[in-house]
Ligand binder design. Structure first.
Ligand code: FES
Length: 580
């Protein structure tokens, strides 16, 4: 895509604070000089906000303050003025009720931190699942030049000679304990093997997926996604990112120049090729809404349909992010997409190069990690979208994490009204359930829980697990961790708490799914469904106040990215009534 750099030098927005000799300029400069900054730093050079999601309680991003020093070094080298700004950090492993409930709050916070302060360009320092989409959403709504650098994945975990993937093995070990195949002591011993270094989850979970999405969108430098957190090249990447943002400001290369429809199409196809997390569906829909790209669930199904999953990483495959990096990382995948006619080659990236220019020479160093198309994990790796009377606005399923024999299935529903009901009854030996049943979980959508917890891959009943069964069809309005697997229909929309048909399913109803036909059907007469819906009353109360009230009242459905209705769109960088 043709991009014409803006003329340089020109007056930047930071000069509204620091330029000139007015009382206000002296006030703004004077305060900052208490840090010892020399006067010539206020001469109109780009002020770069390093928007840092470091927090001791976001362990995945716990090393970002050290990494920020390398970003600063790059900014200084390129003639910019770096300022580190802490922003809201929604930790996946810590936040209750769900980190997802705070993605929009974090997006709002970073948007206001960028617009309301003298920032000409931003480095988005992210890593853990929600930190990447939230900062990209906020930056997109200001349209201030921005670039992502992630903290990178953890090193491989190892336990008794086997790779241990973040999250994926937590589910596996926990089910093994329930099935009597692993003792509790062994589980505790395994705990220490799961997180061997700083960094994000080492599987192709949501964090690695979103790092890949940022790179595929063109919002991070090429090669960023896979470099391990502790590899020296991660620090080099941070420094190069700091250098690059200064030139982006001079050129006025903005998110709206990069996050185009072509870029989102590249990201969706890339998600299929890497076997990425279903969470990317929600986050990309929300991000697209911020830049005015009309992306829908059907785009996910249509664009991902012919994309083979070629990245052999857990949870769909065998390896971990460390090996993905050694094999060549995401540039190899994007090159493959380009060679297969599945990449919009001209999409612009933060480097100033096109998507194709960056990856055309990428080499694959391990064909067991990044597979040839003939040996793809699955020929159709994208996210599929099922619709029907149970999900009029769609529900998603990740074929590469599902069981082929369950892709067409009819079974008796066993309904859990909410996650507490599920927890109370799932281990009950008297529960009337077998492997042919369809487990249904309600009230876990954006409004229902709230925040749409990652419980869609609800564990199987122990009596089924003891038979050696590891998968059953499960349907909910919840999300699923990117590290999880199973034949799990997620994000069912409209959600139960908003009165979607999921709300009126009863135990004993028959449910059919047919993935090839993209159909999910509640086999109950339409008149009966209508009568049940007419009698339905929500069991989810409106919160009394605070952020929970804003969330409840304004969150949109999963099919719209679960963004707040009043945050959709780009409000620009200008400080004024229109943006507030
Ligand atoms: Fe933070 Fe997985 S929990 S990256």
């Amino acid at each position: 895509m043709a991009f014409t750099p803006a003329p340089w030098p020109r007056r930047l927005r930071s000069q509204e604070w620091y330029g000139g000799t007015s009382r206000d300029a002296i006030y703004h400069r004077g305060w900052l000089k208490n840090q010892g900054y020399p006067h010539d730093l206020f001469d109109g050079r780009p002020v770069i906000g390093i928007m840092n999601t470091w927090s001791d309680l976001t362990p995945c991003n716990g090393h970002l303050r050290e990494l920020a020093e390398k970003v600063k070094a790059g900014v200084w080298e390129a003639g910019g003025f770096p300022v580190e700004v802490p922003v809201f950090s929604a930790s996946e492993s810590t936040f209750r009720p769900t980190a997802m409930m705070f993605r929009n709050l974090a997006a709002m916070a970073v948007e206001e931190a960028m617009r309301g302060q003298p920032i000409d360009g931003a480095v988005l320092m992210v890593g853990c699942d929600k930190t990447t989409p939230s900062l990209l959403m906020g930056a997109a709504s200001t349209d201030i030049p921005s670039i992502v650098v992630t903290g990178g994945p953890m090193l491989n975990g190892w336990f008794r000679g086997e790779r241990v993937g973040s999250g994926t093995h937590l589910w596996k070990f926990s089910e093994a304990v329930k099935a009597g195949e692993m003792t509790q002591d062994e589980f505790l011993e395994a705990e220490a093997s799961m997180s061997r270094s700083t960094g994000t989850c080492n599987t192709m979970g949501t964090a690695s997926t979103m790092a890949s999405m940022a790179e595929a969108l063109g919002m991070a430098l090429s090669g960023n996604a896979a470099i391990p957190a502790v590899d020296s090249r991660r620090r080099t990447m941070a420094q190069m990112t700091g250098r690059r943002i200064v030139q982006m400001v001079k050129d006025d290369l903005k998110p709206s120049d990069i996050m185009t429809r072509a870029a989102f199409e590249n990201a969706i196809r890339c998600n299929g090729a890497i076997g990425g997390s279903t969470n990317a569906v929600i986050h990309l829909l929300a991000m697209a809404g911020r830049v005015g790209v009309d992306l829908t669930l059907d785009d996910w199904d249509r664009l991902g349909r012919d994309v083979p999953t070629i990245v052999n990483l857990m949870p769909s495959g065998k390896y971990l992010m460390e090996e993905f990096f050694y094999a060549g990382g995401l540039p190899v995948v994007l090159r493959r997409l380009g060679e297969g006619g599945l990449l919009n080659r001209d999409a612009l990236t933060v480097s100033g190069q096109t998507a194709w220019e960056q990856v055309k020479d990428a080499r694959n160093w391990n064909e067991d990690v990044i597979l040839p198309v003939e040996r793809a994990l699955t020929a159709h790796g994208g996210i599929v979208v099922l619709r029907g009377n149970l999900a009029p606005d769609g529900a998603v399923l990740k074929p590469s994490a599902a069981s082929p024999h369950l892709m067409k299935h009819r079974g008796r529903a066993v309904v859990f009204e909410d996650i507490d009901d599920y927890k109370a009854r799932i281990n009950d030996e008297a529960l009337d359930i077998d492997e042919d049943c369809v487990m249904v979980l309600k009230n876990c959508g954006p409004r229902g829980y709230p925040g749409m917890p990652e419980v869609g891959n609800m564990g199987l009943p122990p009596k089924v697990l003891r038979k050696g069964i590891t998968d059953m069809v499960r349907i909910s309005d919840a999300r699923m961790s990117g590290t999880a697997y199973g034949t799990v229909l997620l994000h069912t929309s409209p959600e139960a708490a908003a009165g979607g048909p999921l709300a009126i399913v009863r135990t004993g109803d028959m449910i059919e799914i047919d993935v090839d036909a993209r159909r999910v059907h509640l086999d109950v007469p339409e008149a009966e469904i209508a009568a049940r819906l007419a009698a339905w009353k929500t069991s989810v109360p409106q919160p009394k106040g605070g952020y929970a009230r804003i969330f409840h009242d304004h969150v949109q459905g999963a099919d719209k990215g679960a963004d707040f209705d009043f945050l959709v769109g780009c409000r620009g960088a200008e400080v004024g009534r229109d943006s507030h």
